[in-house]
Design a binder for this molecule. Structure first.
Ligand code: NCD
Length: 314
């Protein structure tokens, strides 16, 4: 296993062999999670604190389950009820928690860069569970694991990422990861939802779904992130669905065995047709959720090994 990191703040700092190590270990944790006794003692004695400054269903639940399956003591901070509401800064909150001797800190925050900043202030391993529009590394890793298991490889695939790219940390982390693993990447969506500096990303850009999806192996849909829009990005949801909502007709342009992905939560009838999302022959959305637990177990296991080594050497 090759994994040299103290924190998991993004995909950017990871080398391809580190990505492969996480996915290989995650495969073992998929098997464990499917077995009758899902509990191991890998993180026994360690304390994991989940700090979510932004709403989350899947990510928070899967980090909690992952920690518990690995035998850690897991605490979820109810941040709405904490001092955040009284104006305490992110750093003050982090320092308070740091004083309680956590070993793993899982943080989601609405501001890009907030999790990196926090990691500099605490003496435990920090995992980014999504910071603003910046990165969401465990989402990209679970997507990669899903693709690798379904397609049998994670290189030389043609992958289309579609929809609201501009506001999406999921798209950013996926672009970085899938690019590092040498896949052919396409971005498909209206120009208003493409990020600035798109030409430097090294992918093909399409405005038309039929063209963008032609012969691809993987179709990754993104949620229209209304909470990050301050008006004017799309004419109407109905129009958006007509042009960019994935349905069987648009999917027919992709390779016949193309898989359909979505990180959730889905806006059914907006970026994806509900029937297609539920079609177990095409959609791997439920597998993505399952892989999420395994990938988070693997990431925390590897970070805890490095943490223990560092502490033993100190
Ligand atoms: C994503 C997120 O929060 O960035 N969701 C998730 O983690 N499963 C994507 C989104 O909110 O659209």
């Amino acid at each position: 296993m090759t994994f040299r990191q103290d924190h998991l703040l993004g995909i950017e700092p990871l080398a391809p062999d580190e990505i492969t190590s996480i996915l290989d270990l995650a495969d073992d944790y998929v098997a464990l999670s499917r077995s009758p006794d899902k509990h191991v003692e890998t993180l026994r004695g360690l304390t994991q604190i989940n700090m979510f400054f932004e709403n989350s269903t899947r990510t928070q639940a899967s980090f909690e389950l992952a920690g518990k399956r690995l035998g850690a003591d897991v605490m979820n901070m109810g941040l709405a009820a904490s001092s955040i509401k009284k104006g305490e800064t992110l750093i003050d909150t982090a320092m308070t928690l740091n004083a309680m001797q956590p070993d793993l800190l899982v943080v989601r925050h609405p501001h890009s860069g907030a999790v990196d900043l926090l990691a500099q202030k605490v003496n435990c391993a920090v995992l980014n569970a999504g910071d603003g529009r910046h990165e969401h590394p465990t989402q990209a890793l679970l997507d990669a694991l899903t693709i690798r298991r379904k397609k049998g490889r994670l290189h030389r695939l043609s992958i289309a990422i579609c929809g609201d790219i501009a506001h999406s940390r999921v798209a950013r982390s996926n672009l970085i990861l899938l690019g590092k693993m040498e896949n052919r990447l396409r971005l498909v969506g209206p120009p208003t939802l493409m990020p600035a500096g798109i030409n430097e990303l090294g992918c093909e850009v399409y405005e038309d779904m039929a063209e963008g999806l032609r012969d691809v192996d993987v179709v990754m849909m993104l949620r229209l992130q209304k909470e990050r829009m301050d008006g004017g990005f799309i004419p109407s949801e109905r129009e958006y669905h007509h042009l960019y909502g994935l349905d069987a007709d648009k999917l027919s342009h992709a390779s016949p065995d193309a898989i359909v992905m979505h990180p959730g939560p889905m806006n059914r009838g907006v970026e994806i047709d509900g029937t297609l999302a539920d079609d177990i022959n095409r959609s791997v959305i439920q597998e993505q959720v399952e892989m999420g637990v395994a990938v988070r177990m693997a990431a925390m296991d590897l970070l805890a090994r490095n943490l223990r080594d560092r502490r033993a050497a100190a």
